[in-house]
Design a protein around this ligand. Structure first.
Ligand SMILES: [Zn+2]
Length: 290
């Protein structure tokens, strides 16, 4: 599965979740402000995967065409993406998956390659449904424990394969034990330290390493920020100061300078994934759900 020059590290797969909220504030205003980001992606040919909600696709939101025009691989991130009451790892989210897939097929004429569950809440029933619909991979797992929500801390921290159904899983990477490679954390650490941690992780063993983020990690929206709880607002403001779009550009530059290859998850999932370690859904049921 290895691609690129022999000396290269990675690949690192950069991903974004595109949804109708900013942090926990419901607004898509930020999507009108991201053209500098899309211009930068195109100009520098940076592979990027965006998991977009079915609702935005069904509404013909211009973001979908803009992402496609910038060369971004558009995949599915549920449908409504309600932050509250999304259920647990024991629930089926068939309605979210089916409606999202329907909107996607209507727009693109094919089933998405990849799926990321809203809030990382994916169930065994959901994985079976994704495989039966023809998805090529899932990227919903955060290999950490989120109290009352899920516990994937005992699962592989690198790509693996759900068995029966056969579906590759690309978990979000870890910057350090219990710290996922999310842009919220990367922003707080700053690009220099984050690049060192990611490079160290991909140097240990060749595995695709997934980074996850949101547009609210890249661009500020003071109106939306004002509606967030003070603690969360403080974290985002601090993160914008030490990271944001400028920090993200710097992170990508540092990774590339260090010989790290960037790739889209779909490119890897379309290769031979049979060699990935297998994890049974029975293990999922007994170990991941609280
Ligand atoms: Zn989301």
């Amino acid at each position: 599965m290895k691609s690129g020059a022999e000396a290269s590290l990675g690949p690192v797969c950069l991903t974004l979740d595109v949804e109708p909220d900013y942090g926990r504030a419901t607004t898509t205003r930020i999507l009108d402000r991201i053209s500098p980001f899309l211009d930068w992606l195109s100009a520098n040919r940076i592979p990027m995967t965006a998991f977009v909600t079915g609702q935005l696709i069904a509404q013909h939101h211009p973001i979908v065409d803009q992402l496609v025009a910038a060369g971004v691989s558009v995949e599915l991130h549920g449908h409504d993406h309600r932050a509250e009451g999304f259920g647990t790892l024991r629930d089926s989210h068939a309605d979210e998956i089916n409606r999202g897939t329907e909107a996607y097929v209507k727009r693109f004429g094919r089933v998405p390659s990849g799926y990321r569950a809203p809030a990382g809440v994916i169930s065994a029933a959901d994985l079976q449904l994704l495989a039966s619909l023809g998805y090529r991979y899932d990227s919903s797992v955060f290999p950490v424990r989120r109290k009352g929500c899920y516990d994937f801390s005992h699962f592989p921290r690198h790509p693996f394969r759900w068995m029966e159904p056969d579906l590759p899983e690309f978990p979000v990477g870890l910057l350090a034990p219990r710290i996922p490679a999310g842009l919220s954390f990367i922003n707080l650490l700053g690009p220099t330290l984050a690049a060192v941690l990611i490079r160290r992780a991909v140097k240990r063993i060749w595995v695709p390493y997934v980074v996850d983020g949101h547009f609210h990690n890249l661009f500020p929206d003071s109106t939306a920020l004002a509606t967030l709880p003070a603690g969360l607002r403080g974290l985002y403001v601090l993160g914008q100061w030490s990271g944001g779009f400028k920090g993200f550009r710097s992170l990508v530059d540092r990774l590339r300078e260090a010989g790290v290859t960037l790739a889209g998850i779909h490119e890897i999932a379309s290769q031979n994934t049979a060699m990935l370690p297998g994890v049974s859904l029975a293990a999922f049921e007994s170990r991941a759900a609280p």
